[in-house]
Design a protein around this ligand. Structure first.
Ligand code: PLP
Length: 401
């Protein structure tokens, strides 16, 4: 039997995670003793807050290690709703919250609940690559809307209205954004909401997984704060991975209308079952006591260092990121130039050459839906590591002729 041919058409349409793959290749070189400047790792190299660790230890000692309801522990759902209500003056109840195993997992559940075969989901790019594949897995179409450097990589009202069709089911907004670090202001979100007011059957998926990682010169605004009408058709997707450096605990949530949460719970009762109970307990303690990321200052320092060091490389250009832990770097000045006799055609090829010859691991913009760029992550690099290793990228880039 040809096993590959006998796999589902669904999985044949899906591309594996580029971020995962680049990171794997970098780690392989490192294992072989090669020093790699790993700028592809989306993980966060900061410790889990003590309060969460202690709550998890207590959960194990008390044998709180059994299944929970598919939607998560009521106490956790309430703690999540309370944090949003406290921070943004909202009125969510625990029935508006579903807990899953990471934001990736709850977004997958949400796509399963929303997407029909003919549907289109508007995905402004550059974006987190999994949106495309999750939408495709449920047979719908990601309607890619390229948002270039001229709009700071953000969706504009004009681009939004141009791309709405009778098939549009939802639009995804991610702020702060992976990979550009752009943050939508209240005014920008209000203008997008004005367009959506004309189309009251379109859902808004608002991914705020980096909501507490914002530079001092910017501020985060949640679209649900605009009006009750917008809140009633928005599903927030968030989690503890990035804000609290707890990527491996795998806790994420969606917050939205009860009908969506109840359908998602039903979906999840046949897929995930429930999120890990120990991690749920850790998150309850965390969210009851910590409303702001303990690491925002560290991220701001890393972002400043990245910007300062990258400014020394004149062949590369970028827009100053306002949040998250990435910089989206333009390589347009290098396209068409030669590296060791090889003409550079695109971002994917840059990444291959950078890993092979420069021992630098970066993510191609193409994977994030915008060609001509690279995603550099500083989630796992200290300011010292950035300072000490950036010369590697400078030297590699300077060899293009
Ligand atoms: N959303 C965005 C924009 C992300 O960048 C990520 C992870 O990198 C996720 C969601 C998923 O986060 P997690 O599943 O770790 O909560």
């Amino acid at each position: 039997m040809n096993i590959k041919e006998n796999l589902s058409n669904r999985i044949k349409r899906v591309k594996p995670s580029v971020t995962n793959d680049s990171n794997r290749q970098a780690k392989e070189l490192i294992k072989n003793g090669i020093h790699v400047f790993n700028l592809s790792n989306g993980d966060i190299s900061l410790p889990t807050p003590e309060i969460a660790k202690n709550a998890a230890i207590e959960a194990i000692e008390n044998d709180d290690t059994k299944y929970t309801l598919a939607s998560g522990k009521e106490e956790l759902r309430k703690a999540i709703a309370d944090q949003y209500n406290r921070k943004y003056d909202l009125d969510y109840k625990y029935q508006n919250v579903l807990v899953g195993s990471g934001t990736k997992n709850v977004l997958f559940t949400l796509m399963g609940v929303l997407c029909n075969h003919d549907d289109e989901i508007i995905v402004p790019t550059p974006c987190w690559p999994s949106y495309f594949e999750q939408i495709k897995l449920f047979g719908a179409t990601p309607k890619i809307v390229e948002c270039g450097i001229e709009t700071n990589f953000k969706l504009t009202p004009k681009l939004l209205s141009k791309n709405i069709t009778s098939k549009t089911k939802a639009v995804i907004l991610n702020s702060p954004n992976n990979p550009s670090g752009s943050v939508y202001s209240k005014d920008e979100l209000a203008k997008l909401a004005e367009v959506l007011e004309e189309h009251d059957d379109i859902f808004i998926i608002f991914d705020d997984v980096y909501s507490q990682i914002v530079s001092p010169s910017s501020s985060f605004y949640n679209i649900v704060c605009l009006s009750k009408e917008i809140q009633n058709r928005t599903i927030i997707a968030g989690g503890i991975s990035k804000n609290y450096g707890m990527t491996g605990w795998r806790i994420g949530w969606i917050i939205g209308p009860e009908e969506i949460i109840s359908a998602s719970s039903s979906f999840q009762s046949h897929s995930l079952g429930s999120a890990v109970t120990i991690s749920q307990d850790a998150t309850i303690s965390l969210l009851k006591h910590v409303d702001e990321s303990p690491f925002n200052v560290v991220f701001s320092e890393r972002r400043k260092t990245m910007v300062r060091e990258l400014k020394k490389i004149k062949e590369l250009s970028f827009v100053q990121p306002q949040g998250a832990c990435y910089i989206f770097l333009s390589i347009n000045k290098l396209i068409g130039k030669k590296y060791d006799g090889i003409t550079l055609k695109n971002s994917k090829q840059f990444c291959e050459l950078a890993l092979k010859y420069g021992h630098i691991s970066v993510i191609p913009g193409e994977a994030c839906g915008l060609e001509g760029y690279l995603r550099l992550s500083f989630g796992s690099l200290s300011s010292t590591q950035i300072k000490e290793n950036m010369f590697q990228l400078k030297q590699f880039v300077e060899k293009f002729r």
